[in-house]
Design a protein. Structure first.
Lengths: 235, 402
């Protein structure tokens, strides 16, 4: 298992008001899976995503990532896990506007301590994998939404993480660009990348192999997709 | 993430906000350049002054009478021509001179204009005791004092001011004292080597026979100050003590005379100069501290502006240490480059200012090293809090920041 979660709770406290975002969540993701997490806004899916990405802390329960108990890890070690084991793709791309595509993709490797030519070559390779080899010197402001998201995917992949987490990756894109992103995800998954993706759009979720549905902080269903939609028009 | 990468990345972000960076640096630039400029001018002044005093001959001793309200001097205590003669017989003493002084005004070419003048009544030995550099004519001679002649030795600057030339031996100048106006015959012109001459509105010195001075002011045989050149440079302190003892013996009093060496006088002036320079440097350091606060302020703004960037970097695996270091390096680049620019500006500013003041500024290496360290230290101090604030940001909160 890449991800194993047991009895996960997340409680937000705002003064005297307590909001339970996740209650008693348990599920696991195996190597090579392509899972989508569905639910309406406020269902707790984004909270789960942030916990899976080691960006947020949990209030109770266990989270094993690639065999390690993440709930026991803090500080520098946690930053290393974010760096080496997780590739995160955000809805709003989260590229650094001052850096070009290549430099953005190099960022995780800078923190991993990869240097010089090796780093540059790996960043180039990752950008080629998402079909952006010709636009490596463009700044994010010079790229379309779909291209930005592909840079973000390249950045998420570059350290060969154990898992790729995508939080509404098509949420800011038109349907055609969204379709392109899904086709990249499907190809990466075929190449062996484990992917967990949050979405609220059933059309997008149907591109994945398994759908976990959330409501009010609980899992209400966890089913395999019988015939996943194959995204066409790969670039 | 290695140091070189941190520096290039920080330099990149400093350069991408050029105007703001320059304005932020300005506080540091002004502070550092002021420190460099002031210390180099101060050091330059000290150097010229020391050279000037060194010309005097280190063997000169200055004798003054002490008096204050609790211990008023009587007629008997006053230094006189006779005390000078008494001292000159001692084997430790090679030359004795002395003088009295008064402020006066001298008439310029235009009869309605005058300038101030410092009149010293003295004798022929004064030339040796004070190293007076006579360029035209001659210095006072013993015959001038015997005759109590209205003759005067002036400096070349004054000569040029009155006559438009320097060789004015044989001319007459009109000097006004509080006791009246006298025409003096110019017998000599000397070159004024005093670096402070003309600065701070100080007037130049002119020499007249002491006997004439005493008659002019009804001073009998009294002198304000006695100058002694010691025969043996290695026994200056002993000679000073011996002179004090002799004078007390001659005048039949005690604890009345003070003998200082030129070296002591130099030390005293250096101390004053050091204190003045130190005070002005202190003011400059305050402006440097204000510059540091400016850097801290901008760094805080930068951290707030780049909250999202911090969140992104953290989500990609940046540790708190990475973020802290990144912003610390940025603050240090701001202050260090401000410091370097300030050193250059201060260095050349010192020469420009020195040009106006007619002295050569001396930039000393310890000051430069100090300012480099100071600007880096300011960078660390003003950068550490904003950087700490950045490092402590919760990644999830930072990522949501708009």
């Amino acid at each position: 298992m890449i991800i194993q979660i047991e009895n996960l709770f997340k409680v937000y406290r705002n003064g005297s008001i307590e909001v339970t975002a996740l209650r008693d969540v348990g599920f696991s993701v195996g190597i090579g899976e392509f899972v989508s997490i569905m639910g309406q806004s406020g269902s707790g899916k984004s909270t789960l995503m942030n916990i899976l990405g080691c960006l947020d802390t949990m209030s109770g329960g266990k989270y094993f990532l690639d065999g390690e108990d993440v709930s026991l890890i803090h500080g520098k070690k946690l930053a290393q896990i974010r760096n080496r084991k997780i590739g995160f793709v955000f809805q709003s791309y989260n590229l650094l506007p001052r850096l070009n595509a290549l430099q953005n993709v190099e960022l995780p490797m800078i923190y991993a301590g990869t240097r010089g030519k090796k780093r540059r070559a790996a960043a180039m390779e990752a950008l080629e994998r998402v079909g952006l080899a010709e636009r490596v010197h463009h700044k994010p402001s010079e790229l379309s939404g779909g291209q930005k998201q592909r840079v973000a995917i390249a950045r998420a992949l570059v350290n060969s993480p154990a898992i790729l987490l995508a939080d509404e990756p098509t949420g800011n894109l038109d349907s055609r660009s969204g379709e392109e992103i899904m086709s990249i995800f499907q190809r990466l998954n075929r190449e062996g990348v484990t992917i967990v993706m949050v979405t609220h759009e059933p059309d997008i979720a149907n591109h994945t192999n398994r759908i976990v549905a959330f409501k009010d902080g609980r899992i209400i269903s966890d089913e395999l997709v019988k015939n996943p939609v194959q995204a066409g028009g790969q670039k | 993430m290695n140091i070189f990468e941190s520096i290039t990345s920080a330099a990149h972000s400093v350069l991408s906000n050029r105007m703001r960076s320059i304005l932020t640096m300005l506080g540091i630039i002004i502070g550092i350049s002021a420190v460099i400029m002031i210390t180099s001018i101060g050091q330059g002044m000290q150097n010229t002054m020391n050279e000037y005093f060194a010309e005097f001959g280190a063997g000169t001793l200055i004798v003054n009478m002490r008096q204050n309200a609790a211990n008023p001097a009587t007629r008997r205590d006053m230094l006189t021509i006779e005390s000078m003669e008494f001292l000159s017989n001692h084997p430790d003493v090679s030359v004795v001179s002395g003088g009295s002084w008064s402020n006066a005004r001298v008439q310029l070419r235009n009869p309605t204009e005058t300038t101030s003048l410092f009149i010293i009544g003295t004798d022929e030995n004064y030339r040796q005791a004070q190293n007076v550099d006579v360029r035209f004519g001659r210095f006072l001679a013993s015959i001038d004092n015997e005759r109590a002649a209205p003759v005067i030795v002036i400096d070349s600057t004054l000569a040029r001011e009155i006559f438009g030339r320097t060789d004015v031996v044989g001319e007459t100048i009109r000097v006004t004292f509080w006791s009246g106006t006298i025409d003096f015959n110019v017998i000599g012109v000397y070159r004024n080597a005093d670096p402070m001459a003309g600065m701070f509105g100080m007037s130049t010195e002119a020499y007249i026979p002491i006997s004439y001075f005493q008659r002019l002011f009804n001073r009998d045989n009294v002198v304000d100050q006695v100058l002694v050149i010691a025969s043996d440079l290695n026994r200056l302190d002993e000679t000073a003590e011996e002179i004090t003892r002799l004078l007390h013996l001659f005048h039949g009093n005690e604890d009345r005379y003070q003998v200082t060496t030129i070296m002591q006088q130099i030390d005293m002036l250096n101390n004053i100069l050091f204190m003045v320079t130190g005070f002005v440097v202190l003011v400059a350091l305050i402006s440097l501290a204000v510059g540091g606060i400016g850097v801290m302020n901008i760094m805080l703004v930068t951290v707030t502006e780049r909250t999202r960037e911090i969140g992104i970097r953290k989500s990609l695996g940046a540790t708190n240490g990475n973020i802290l270091f990144q912003f610390l390096v940025e603050a240090m680049i701001l202050t260090a480059s401000g410091g370097i620019i300030g050193i250059f500006l201060g260095y050349y500013g010192g020469f420009v200012l020195g040009g106006f003041m007619d002295l050569t500024p001396a930039v000393n290496i310890p000051t430069v090293v100090f300012t480099v360290l100071a600007s880096s230290l300011i960078g660390i101090i003003s950068g550490v809090y904003p950087a700490y604030k950045a490092a402590k940001l919760d990644p999830i909160v930072a990522l949501r920041y708009e």
